[in-house]
Design a protein around this ligand. Structure first.
Ligand SMILES: N[C@@H](CCC(=O)N[C@@H](CS)C(=O)NCC(=O)O)C(=O)O
Length: 237
């Protein structure tokens, strides 16, 4: 079965968490808007359904449209062995993923603290205040939590959950990569204190399917003006 994945073309955004899971799973999928254009995405959203998604990303599985990034990952985790099988393990992985969603939204809010209707220039003063807090407190608070999970994992520090890769490992990888892109100076200062997170990142990047994906044209690059993680030198430091 071929999944149809729907997200804004040319943007990593939240869609990238799903793309990474699809790629690691070796799933058969079409990134619809990248192939057919954004109109195909809008058309899928406009279809009358009793269960329409609120916003991209969403995944078509047969007749079903599954929305919300974390919910899509819950589904893919079960289907493709990217999550534990037990209810407790699935819940814990979901909890970690929701925290990654919080973290990446806070990263987004550094460049657009007043929302997407105003340009960066129009909200630069607020962005600098928000970014200062993010850099001085929030990055460390989140990374310390992930470092603790790795250190306390009864199956060892190789993964966030249990002894095998989960979608949460992939999502943390994407988040750390995004932070390195958006806050290179801050991350160079902060990340050495979190060696288990750094080591996990390196292992994810070296996984054969992930390495192949990152080197392919399917991987959209980070961008200064699009996505959750954007580089503005004024916000780094
Ligand atoms: N919590 C949702 C957020 C979805 C979301 O905000 N999608 C953005 C793109 S990343 C969008 O297109 N939003 C349109 C809107 O909110 O009207 C998720 O994780 O999927």
């Amino acid at each position: 079965m071929t999944y149809e994945f729907y997200y804004w073309p040319h943007v990593q955004g939240r869609g990238e968490f799903v793309r990474l899971a699809l790629e690691e799973a070796g799933a058969d999928y079409v990134d619809v808007a990248r192939v057919k254009g954004v109109e195909a995405l809008k058309a899928a959203m406009a279809v009358e359904s009793a269960e329409p998604p609120f916003a991209p990303p969403f995944l078509r599985v047969g007749k079903r449209l599954i929305g919300q990034t974390t919910n899509i990952l819950l589904f893919l985790g079960d289907r493709h062995g990217l999550a534990p099988k037990s209810a407790a393990g699935r819940l814990w992985t979901n909890q970690i993923q929701l925290t990654i969603a919080d973290f990446s939204l806070e990263a987004h809010d550094t460049h657009h603290p007043l929302g997407p209707r105003l340009s960066f220039a129009e909200q630069q003063a607020a962005a600098m205040t928000r970014a200062d807090w993010f850099r001085s407190e929030r990055i460390e608070r989140f990374l310390a939590w992930f470092e603790t999970l790795l250190a306390r994992n009864p199956r060892g520090p190789g993964h966030l959950v249990g002894g095998r890769l989960t979608y949460a490992d992939l999502a943390l990888f994407q988040t750390v990569e995004g932070l390195r892109y958006a806050f290179p100076r801050a991350m160079a200062r902060i990340e050495p204190a979190f060696p288990l997170v750094v080591a996990l990142n390196a292992r994810i990047a070296a996984r054969p399917r992930i390495r192949a994906y990152l080197g392919s044209s399917r991987r959209i690059g980070f961008h200064e003006r699009a996505g959750l993680f954007r580089y503005h030198p004024e916000l780094d430091g």
